[in-house]
Ligand binder design. Structure first.
Ligand SMILES: [Fe+2]
Length: 244
């Protein structure tokens, strides 16, 4: 198992590919001005891939997908914020799922509690989405992706578990967790989501939604040692630390 990194100078797409001697494709791509990570998950033998959180530079990512000979068959959303799926905020418009549907139409797998927010933010319709819930699975060739509902940052935030990796969106970062002071956030839900993720095996590779940490990814074992949000054992302490 090895980790390779390939930073393309002057290009918005930065690619990191985590390669293991199996059929699994996992690529971590840093994209846009907010240190977002987009991911490609797929199957090496069938070349089918799904994109996680398509935003900022759809044409650049599609060029990369085509150069690699991948076939994009699905899109997965960790949550509906515009820096992850496109849309408008604070006077800025971010390219995202709407552009992807123009150039490579696929279904967007969204947690059912996130669907209404997703439509408002991205202008996509119900027929563009597959509404999923915790425990649902998506199969790409020989690779199975499990959806884990982890509310807190937003009501329908979800993580994706693929073999011993976890793509965590804005729920869990290497050194922290997502904000719980935004519209739709819920601090108590975030506490329970932290407890849920804390129970994952220590060798799970954590792949967050932003490059906010001192490293772009880490095992859950390493993360538990440095991330205080994963070491809180009661809601009272959680509220005192989070301020909510
Ligand atoms: Fe977010």
């Amino acid at each position: 198992m090895c980790f390779t990194s390939n930073r393309k100078k002057g290009n918005k797409v930065t690619e990191s590919a985590w390669e293991e001697p199996s059929d699994l494709i996992i690529e971590q791509i840093e994209i846009g001005p907010m240190q977002n990570f987009t991911y490609l998950i797929g199957c090496r033998s069938t070349r089918e891939v799904a994109i996680v959180d398509p935003a900022w530079d759809i044409d650049g990512v599609m060029q990369h997908i085509n150069e690699k000979g991948y076939k994009l068959t699905a899109a997965l959303a960790t949550h509906y914020h515009p820096d992850h799926v496109g849309g408008s905020f604070s006077g800025h418009t971010v390219e995202g799922i709407d552009r992807l549907l123009e150039v490579n139409p696929v279904k967007l797998y969204t947690h059912k509690l996130e669907a209404e927010g997703m439509k408002k933010v991205t202008q996509i319709s119900d027929s563009d989405m597959v509404k999923v819930e915790s425990g649902d699975r998506l199969t790409l060739g020989n690779v199975e992706i499990e959806f884990l509902h982890t509310p807190g940052h937003t009501p329908g935030s979800q993580c994706f578990r693929v073999k011993n990796t976890l793509i965590s969106g804005d729920t869990l970062f290497i050194n922290g967790c997502g904000r719980v002071d935004l519209p739709g956030s819920n601090s108590d839900d975030m506490y329970h989501s932290m407890c849920k993720l804390c129970s994952l095996p220590d060798d799970t590779l954590l792949l967050p939604g932003h490059n906010y940490g001192h490293v772009p990814n880490a095992t859950m074992g390493e993360t538990k040692k440095i991330n205080t949000h994963l070491r809180i054992n009661d809601l009272e302490t959680w509220h005192s630390i989070m301020g909510h």
